[in-house]
Design a protein around this ligand. Sequence first.
Ligand code: PMP
Length: 352
Amino acid sequence: MSWKDRIRKVEPYVSGEQPKLEQMIKLNTNENPYPPSEKVQAVLQSVNADKLALYPNSDAETLRTALAEFWQLDESQIFIGNGSDEVLSLSFLTFFNSDKPVFMPDVTYPFYPTYCDLYGIKYVKQAVDADFHIQAKDYVAENGGIIFCNPCNPTGISEPLDLIEQILEQNQESVVIIDEAYADFSGQSAIPLLDKYENLLITRTFSKARSLAGIRLGVALGSSYAIGKLYDVKNSFNSYCVDMIAQEIGLASIQDTEQMLANVDKIIATRTWFSKAVEKLGFVSTDSQTNFVFIRCEQFSGQTLYDRMYNKHIIVRYWDKPGISDWVRITIGTDEQMKQVLDFLSKLMREA
Ligand code: PMP
């Protein structure tokens, strides 16, 4: 048998395209169209390259203390990693270690099945209803863990806290991971439930509302017990947390939450007028609580919408998957960008 036959076979997650053309309107990866806090810029200007000769603080202590204060949790309840993708991956490795399948909705962040395949974790996708909502009753059977994002990528829909609590109530023997990558936009979080449920793990990111996708900073919040176990696994893999610059930038960002909230407000205002305007054109849009919209129309398939926009240098996201192949996901950009998208969509609808 050749060494090539023994290579671990995986089907990698494919992230949104990074276009080469400058003039592209890039609305495919839910990035923030506005820059991060000026305090972040100040950190970058003051970076002393000499310090890079040393390893970073392995526990990111200062950042961890600031995050604990920010979320009013104990430091032992905070885990810091290189983007929430890494935090999620390590969480799957740590907590989803059972013969029973992990449950996830069938419309959700497509990276979850990829982690399961990488680690050989069995999983079952539970169907969402016709309006893309999760049903608590689908999460009552025996399972090896539960994962979903709230609000959901790609639908933008946010489930209420009582549904999350119902799922936690029913699953005290499993770890329930709620991926809150977009929670800064919905204004709702499961964090208050952490006091009550030791098996709840919440992941957050600096990539979306905090405009820091490029720095790769993600966080898990949970019970001290769960976070301790997550660090044990992480420290068996890479004992340094995140790089020195990411630690300082994260700190600067968390100290300027007002700027983040101002950008969130701007994005929500843009999302609100854009959704109404596309609905007037005949599109259906979900009740998004995020920095993107999820829309479809009768006249064009998701693939056609995607292709037609792409040809006009507007990149959005589309999945050829059952249940969502009629839909496209459009990240909310600046007002200017969204006006251009709207202009294009109204021309397209006139043609139909
Ligand atoms: N979770 C969800 C639901 C996402 O949409 C994303 C971004 N694609 C992530 C996690 C990962 O974000 P990051 O690794 O940039 O923190």
